[in-house]
Write a protein that binds this ligand. Sequence first.
Ligand SMILES: *Cc1c(COP(=O)(O)O)cnc(C)c1O
Length: 360
Amino acid sequence: MERINVTKSFLPPKEEYQSYLTRIWDSSWLTNNGPLVVELEEKLKQYLNTPYFSFLGNGTIALQIALKALDLKGEIITTPFSYCATTTSIIWENLVPVFVDINKEDLNINANLIEAAITEKTSAIMATHVYGNPCDVEKIESIAKKHNLKIIYDAAHAFGVKYQGKSLLDYGDISTCSFHSTKVFHTVEGGSIICHNPELHEKIKLLRSFGHILDNYYVAGVNGKNSEFHAAMGLCNLNHLESIIQGRKDIFRIYDSLLDWNHLEKPTEKTDNLDYNFAYYPVVFESNIITDRVIQALNKENIFPRRYFYPSLNQLTYLTNYQSCPVSEDISSRVLSLPLYPDLDHSIVEKISAIINSNI
Ligand SMILES: *Cc1c(COP(=O)(O)O)cnc(C)c1O
């Protein structure tokens, strides 16, 4: 029995990648802002319709550079329902994560609870557009303006999502993205930062290249660059993006039609004016016991959904003080992301749906 994972990395036809390899061999330029990195940045700027875009080594270094570039101090208000990198990047930069609980509907940070968490030490809000669901960007922006806070969106799930006609990566002071091989659009490993002003953009580019330009050393930077080989994968995959999203959508609609919604909740596609990327297919069960039962039943058939996201990040054992987030803690024990990728066989989607329906 073939093993079915929650996702499977997209690979372009080998010849397409090989034609870029020929160019790399011809130029002997492997990394350090080479021609393919520049070309990928240009194409992504056009695709996202945003002028200040930097290609980086991964989505985690993007979060760290974002926190550094904005000169943040003290406390960062953040979501407990995300991948651990959202929290660990804050800790890594010697900042303090302050968790604000999530909405039951879309599992994003509950914007109505943010103001109560602001103190004189708060310098920013860092929220995740979880599963590509847009945060309440209007409300978060008005709170940030009122209290003079910066906004960083961890938009690792949001590539290909449009909200109100523009890319969801175009909101906040900074949006970061991940191009890891498990994401909708990938460069094997990779990430990016989008910002909205030229000085900040220059600072980000300096920070990703050790903080120096030739013999001029300006700041203590880091190695956040990415290579020609990774850019080549991105250039290939960008040409297939539309069909990747369409293929995911087809699978998505089969789950929609087959699953028993009397005993399940679907926390995606809750927002109007949304052009969705079909990044994940999470379902929320009625109890953690049912969730465990479904996992067992699927595993028995060699099918491996993932608990995205569990544990709730406020419960990470290495945090020094426990901050309660009841909604996130409850939902993280009841949520599963189901297998979703363009060439997932439709008969397997039917099998997964039947196993779930008979166990809930
Ligand atoms: C994947 C992911 C990251 C980390 O990105 P990497 O490119 O793997 O470093 C950060 N945040 C979220 C929400 C993610 O899903």
